[in-house]
Design a protein around this ligand. Structure first.
Ligand code: PAF
Length: 278
């Protein structure tokens, strides 16, 4: 296994080969969702790089950054178990940001300002800043992202077009626990009691999917929002149905188009998001 703290060491290594490169950008605390991305990357590329970097600029809340789960030792073990030839890039802040911890303004327009973009100001500019740095450094042929962060995938696709990057983006389905909870590094922060409540998030999405078959979208959402009022342990931040590509709000389903339901909810101090195709 190849473990590097600086991009220079990896570039020295890559420069000696002419092999295809797959990049799996992560913030660590790896779970089977990440593992599915890594396994897919291994099938499609000769070299796989997994970056583990908790990007400080993409946290709008200091406590969230401080408390974000970090588990480098166990991450390295997990990666090694998948394939000992995977390259791990686990840099210090200065290796990526050099002397200037600044965020580029990409102007992603509507897809950047809605949903997560509305609740987490500048989040997508920060994500795109770091992903662009990783793409420019390692020039991967392919990069892998999970559908749990569906809006992030739209942003990265837009980044690739905007910055004219020669990377093929592959998205992989959300991996769930048996009770439906989407795997997320933040799940590690839930107490036992909170973990028991958390599957309501996915159940709500399935409920929406089922109900909009026979009922107006507005009325379905209104009723579910009211039901949440009586579940104080789970605060609903948003529940929305949007067009899958443009993220435009939807009043009525048109069978020709693709839609997704998006949810964000807060349990105790932990904010979780999920989405499904409708
Ligand atoms: O999805 C994530 O873990 C992060 O947003 C990413 C893509 C690694 C950028 O920091």
């Amino acid at each position: 296994m190849y473990y590097f703290k600086t991009s220079k060491e990896i570039l020295d290594f890559l420069n000696k080969t002419n092999k295809s490169v797959g990049l799996v950008p992560t913030m660590g605390a790896l779970h089977p969702g990440h593992e599915s991305l890594i396994k897919k990357a291994l099938i499609e590329n000769e070299i796989v790089i997994v970056s583990i970097f908790v990007n400080p600029t993409q946290f709008d809340n200091k406590d969230d950054l401080i408390n974000y789960p970090r588990n480098l030792e166990s991450d390295v073990k997990k990666i090694k178990k998948i394939d000992s030839k995977i390259i791990i890039y686990s840099p210090l802040i200065k290796d990526l940001y050099v002397d200037n911890i600044s965020v580029k303004d990409f102007n992603f327009g509507f897809i950047g300002s809605e949903l997560e973009g509305h609740f987490r100001k500048n989040h997508f500019n920060s994500v795109a800043t770091i992903v662009e740095k990783l793409f420019n450094l390692f020039k991967p042929n392919r990069a892998y992202f999970g559908e749990k962060d569906y809006q992030q995938i739209l942003i990265i696709k837009n980044l690739i077009l905007k910055s004219n990057l020669n990377v093929e983006l592959t998205s992989c389905p959300t991996v769930r626990d048996p009770d439906g909870l989407a795997l997320s590094s933040r799940n590690d922060l839930l107490s036992k009691k909170e973990r028991k409540i958390a599957p309501i998030i996915y159940k709500t999405l399935l409920n929406v999917k089922n109900k909009i078959k026979n009922e107006q979208i507005e009325s379905v959402i209104f009723k579910i929002e009211n039901e949440f009022e009586s579940t104080p342990s789970l605060k609903l931040e948003y529940l929305e149905i949007r067009e899958a590509l443009s993220l435009k709000p939807v009043k009525k389903i048109n069978k020709e188009k693709k839609y997704r339901a998006f949810i964000s909810a807060i349990i105790g101090k932990i904010r979780l998001i999920d989405n499904i195709e409708l």
